[in-house]
Design a protein around this ligand. Structure first.
Ligand code: NAD
Length: 440
């Protein structure tokens, strides 16, 4: 058996063109800038902004995993706990070759804003491992997940820090995380720690409606936007970047409302079908094959052609920093609904707004995921299981209320929806800091 210890740094990082992420993009700085702008607009006390400008804890773990070949590889995992004033840290786990501490810090801060905006008793956190989950076997994926969970140890817990799926992770990964954690806490606690992760498969203590929740939440936002702008969704068209959990569920749900998806893309390429894709079939295909590559129902197009495809709605549901100035100039749509976190960079956002394209910002638009994660956590605490109708009905109320609050704030303070979403979150967090004051 080959016992060589190889460093994770030897794993090739995909070229920027494949990953779509220019190396120098400073996502954390971008989120900081929005925090500063929103703090001004919402008139937040400077000390509150100072506290929120850095995460509370930044955890880095390096852990070994034996691969199928017998080789031992070292993996680097992160968990950033941004803020837990309103409740336990909460946020997804990402498996991707481009995961970095600063990106995880940016995503963790955004979780704090999302939980506060959605009035959830959670704070914000995020985690990840820097590797390509498509490059390992299922057994390796399980060992990596279990060893990472073990390495995090007491840094996570159902009342302390609660992970969930994000890019490259799934309900299956959450089931392995929960199982590992429950085996670490001792027999007497085993049954009471299901809520250590959310987004679990239903049979393992997940909730109905969680798998599609982020897409469903985005659709509720789009419905509110359509109502506000007297826009008829039935018969309209859409393009979607990223056809994983968020992108595929958004397309499937919107197809039932008469919205036809005419262009799709993922890490393998882009496809066009002017007649509209069968979103269900494409979702099944991706489930079976791991990507849209080779799907027979569309014509391959370039990334440039994808962004230049005229449609009513564009739903970026892949990664951050996908819509820069060039992409924004090319886009001919009425609405960008951000399923992904941070898909528009600031230059791209400026161009979109100049062109009069509305943006449903990530902190609002994709918060359906954490909202239904909260419903799952509550059900785990109470040993209940709610129907899908109940979950969806609660989510609808929550998303529509948040949309109205953000839209009203933006109108009253004459700011963009994104700054409004941050601003409302900051006001809610500030109110608690003012009451509780700073220890000691
Ligand atoms: P996923 O892993 O299920 O899907 C990601 C998709 O993005 C895949 O189709 C993948 O091929 C595509 N992709 C990756 N790199 C790409 C590239 N360079 N160019 C084009 N496409 C690329 O992940 P997901 O859970 O659907 O997450 C997507 C986005 O939504 C992320 O920004 C995530 O943070 C955000 N989000 C997810 C949830 C959730 O509940 N899963 C909740 C809120 C926000």
């Amino acid at each position: 058996m080959n016992d060589k210890l190889s460093s994770q740094s030897s794993i090739p990082i995909p070229p920027a063109s494949r990953s779509g992420l220019p190396k120098e993009y400073d996502f954390y700085r971008v989120v900081q800038d929005y925090l500063e702008r929103a703090a001004k607009v919402a008139k937040i006390e400077h000390y509150v902004e100072t506290i929120l400008s850095q995460p509370k804890n930044e955890i880095i773990v390096n852990f070994p995993v034996r691969m199928d070949s017998g080789e031992v590889r070292l993996f680097k995992g992160y968990r950033v706990q941004h803020n837990n004033l309103l409740g336990p840290f909460k946020g997804g786990i990402r498996y991707h070759p481009m995961v970095s501490l600063d990106d995880v810090k940016a995503l963790a801060a955004m979780m704090t804003w999302k939980s506060a905006l959605m009035r959830l008793p959670f704070g914000g956190g995020k985690g990840g491992i820097k590797f390509d989950p498509h490059s390992v076997s299922r057994q390796e994926l399980q060992r990596i997940t279990r060893r990472f969970t073990h390495a995090l140890g007491e840094n996570i817990g159902p009342e302390y820090d609660i992970p969930a799926p994000d890019v490259g992770t799934s309900g299956q990964i959450m089931a392995w995380m929960m199982d590992t954690y429950s085996n670490m806490v001792g027999a007497e606690h085993k049954q009471s720690v299901k809520g250590v992760v959310t987004g679990k498969p239903v049979a393992s203590g997940g909730t109905l409606g969680r798998a599609k929740a982020t897409g469903q939440g985005l659709v509720f936002c789009i419905l509110e936007w359509a109502k506000e702008h007297a826009f008829t969704l039935e018969g309209s068209t859409m393009s979607v970047q990223g056809f994983g959990n968020v992108g595929s569920n958004t397309a499937v749900i919107l197809s039932k409302l008469g919205v036809s998806t005419i262009a799709v893309g993922d890490h393998t390429g882009y496809l066009y079908n002017p007649e509209g894709f069968n979103a269900h079939k494409l979702q099944d295909y991706v489930e079976a094959h791991g990507s849209i590559a080779g799907y027979p129902g569309g014509k391959p197009i370039t990334r440039e052609e994808f962004f230049a495809t005229k449609a009513d709605i564009f739903a970026p549901c892949a990664l951050e920093n996908q819509i820069g100035e060039a992409e924004a100039r090319a886009l001919e749509v009425r609405l960008v609904g951000e399923g992904a976190n941070g898909p528009c960079n600031p230059a791209g956002e400026r161009v979109l707004l100049e062109k009069g394209i509305d943006i449903l910002p990530d902190v609002l638009a994709n918060s359906g995921g954490v909202t239904v994660s909260y419903y799952e956590w509550v059900q785990n605490k109470r040993s209940e299981s709610w129907s899908e109708e109940e979950v969806d009905a609660r989510l609808e109320v929550a998303m529509k209320r948040a949309y109205r609050e953000v839209s009203d704030f933006a109108r009253q303070r004459k700011c963009e929806m994104r700054v409004a979403a941050y601003g409302i979150a900051l006001q809610r967090i500030e109110a608690v800091y003012k009451e509780r004051e700073i220890f000691p």
